[in-house]
Design a binder for this molecule. Sequence first.
Ligand code: SF4
Length: 169
Amino acid sequence: MIQFWQKRIKIGTLTESIEIDKELETIKKELKNEVAKKFAGSLAIRMVDSGSCNACEAECNALSNPYYDLERLGIYFVASPRHADVMLLSGIMTFNMTPHAIETYKQIPEPKWVITIGDCPAMAAPFEQTYAIKAPAGKHFEIAHHIPGCPPSPKEIIKGLLEFLRKIA
Ligand code: SF4
């Protein structure tokens, strides 16, 4: 015990105060207001991976951590498409996953929107049509908004969600 306190006094505090990103805080505030105004305070997202490398999903996972804390703004990732307002689509529209993405979309009640995330769903020539790929996603869905990047950072995803909310009536 004495050793512990000796070490503690000698080394001091190692943790750092987090730097508050003022731009992010402003975006989050506006996002919360838009969700309250347009979705009665609760926007449910069903994420569908149509054949990604999982980096886009990893960035989306970070949105639930205490720093970004998307749920505090009223935005939730849900497991069932029947509870969703938005389908967030990542990946390259592989032959195997395309029918499942279409089926998921069908299960979402109206009104519904598709947001694509990452450069994969917007994949253009020459790789968009092979035996294994049925890109771009725009061929299968009406895309309400696209969040570019490979992968987009959590802040870019939050910005993209705000742009989507500003667009819709
Ligand atoms: S856009 Fe980039 S990061 Fe996202 S799934 Fe495709 S390759 Fe991976």
